[in-house]
Design a protein around this ligand. Structure first.
Ligand SMILES: Cc1ncc(COP(=O)(O)O)c(C=O)c1O
Length: 437
């Protein structure tokens, strides 16, 4: 254990929210991270839901080395060869008519850019987002994020609206149980119509709401969202930070659900662990806003190092057939989790697609009261047993593990992780049964 650096962490680092682990970490490889005691911990969340290829994939390491030899940063007015190449390559991963990309660094920034595009294109400023959404921490993105962390920062952007999310297991308008009939969306837009000042610019949505609890909308939802936006002269933005580039077994969620947005933001999985993000739109929108003077001129816009990484990520997804692997490994993972649900009453719901799954913990299946304490205790126990799990615990939104291992994880490691989860849950439930009432 590196006590000196653990002390330095406590002394010198700002706490930025979320659960911070006791140990510090020194290395990561494939589906494993290694702490300062040399312990190997299986990573069931691909870092911060980014490392779809696993940690330190040789193709990415090679791309970074090559950038070191060629160029890693340039004057923002100079378009690097690899950025032009990535633009063309990315267009092939997008549903038509999405084609033109702006390359930025983080998910927050890609949404910021998308919202700025929408505002300039429509000449309006109101933005509708879904309850439980998470689009980032910057001004515009955080104003459209409703999962958590809204308090204490002053006013949101003027014209920020929310419609209730399609959370079939815990319906926000107390209307459905287990099967969403999209009344939430209809009611949401009716309420928006009452409140709007007639300045609707965009509807922004994660095709599967991840931080909100891995919520998978019902069939037809995405197309209806697009229709409702259209009716109001608004454009549709999909935030595919987690759903693009293979995790669902398709290139994008838009492809999976057959509903193309007007703008798509992609981030986490495009750099597969390196800070690369993009905002992708149509020829028509790009032409319009360029004519109006659209600006997103930053220090790191179109940098060659992350672009080279992005090219390596897309090439590796293809070369290793990882989209198909997400489907087969995801089915295996789902089967293991379904078996756990048979065994444990506390697993109220399992949902998701491909290798993006959610497990919701409840005190009992009838009341569906969130078991926040069990979620915290089991997550801790998993870590002690060598498995890193990401849990979202909020009284209003339940206790939900987001399970998103690298698409390259071996079957052995996937099974080992599920075994650990099984044993950790059992141990925590046994402990609870023994505890004095
Ligand atoms: C769907 C979604 N959009 C945007 C973001 C923000 O991305 P970043 O943290 O890279 O700014 C996240 C991060 O968790 C996310 O899950």
């Amino acid at each position: 254990m590196d006590k000196d650096l653990r002390d330095a962490r406590d002394e010198y680092l700002v706490r930025y929210g979320g659960d911070r682990l006791d140990q510090i970490f020194v290395r990561a490889k494939g589906a494993v991270v290694i702490d300062d005691e040399g312990r190997e911990i299986l990573d069931f969340t691909s870092g911060q839901m980014c490392a779809t290829l696993g940690h330190n994939h040789p193709a990415i390491v090679g791309a970074i080395e090559e950038a070191g030899r060629q160029a890693y940063h340039l004057f923002s007015g100079m378009i690097p060869d690899v950025v032009a190449e990535l633009g063309r390559k990315l267009a092939g991963w997008m549903p038509a008519p999405l084609k033109k990309s702006l390359f930025v660094n983080t998910g927050s920034e890609s949404n910021e850019a998308a919202l700025r595009m929408a505002k300039m294109y429509t000449g309006r400023h109101e933005v509708v987002a879904l309850g439980g959404s998470w689009h980032g921490v910057t001004g515009g993105a955080s104003s459209a994020s409703f999962a958590s962390d809204r308090k204490g920062y002053g006013p949101a952007m003027p014209g920020s609206y929310l419609i209730p999310e399609p959370y079939a297991y815990r319906c926000p308008i107390r209307h459905c149980r287990d099967a969403c009939d999209t009344t939430c969306m209809k009611v949401g837009f009716e309420m928006f119509d009452m409140q709007t000042r007639g300045e609707g610019a965009a509807v922004v949505a994660e095709p599967i709401l991840s931080a909100g609890g891995v919520l998978v909308p019902p069939e037809g939802y995405h197309a209806s969202l697009r229709e409702e936006a259209r009716k109001r002269g608004m454009i549709l933005i999909f935030d595919e930070a987690q759903t693009a580039f293979g995790r669902l077994g398709t290139k994008t969620a838009a492809e999976k659900y057959g509903a193309a947005p007007d703008i798509m933001s992609v981030s986490k999985t495009l750099g597969a662990g390196l800070p690369l993000a993009a905002t992708v739109t149509t020829d028509a929108i790009e032409e319009d806003i360029a004519g109006k003077g659209y600006s997103h001129y930053t220090s790191h816009v179109a940098d060659p190092l992350p672009a080279r990484v992005g090219l390596a990520v897309l090439a590796t997804l293809e070369a290793e057939n990882l989209l198909d692997r997400a489907v087969t490994m995801g089915a295996g993972l789902r089967a293991r989790l379904d078996a756990l649900q048979q065994k444990y009453e506390c697993i109220g719901d399992i949902r998701g697609e491909g290798m993006l799954l959610g497990i919701e913990l409840v005190t009992d299946r009838e009341s569906r009261a969130p078991d926040l304490a069990l979620g915290a205790a089991t997550t801790k126990r998993c870590l002690e047993m060598g498995l890193s799990m990401n849990i979202k615990r909020r009284p209003a939104r339940g206790a939900v593990w987001r399970i998103a291992p690298p698409l390259t994880i071996s079957e052995d490691n996937l099974n080992r992780g599920c075994d650990i989860l099984d044993r950790a849950l059992q141990a925590c439930l046994d402990e609870r049964a023994k505890a004095p009432a």
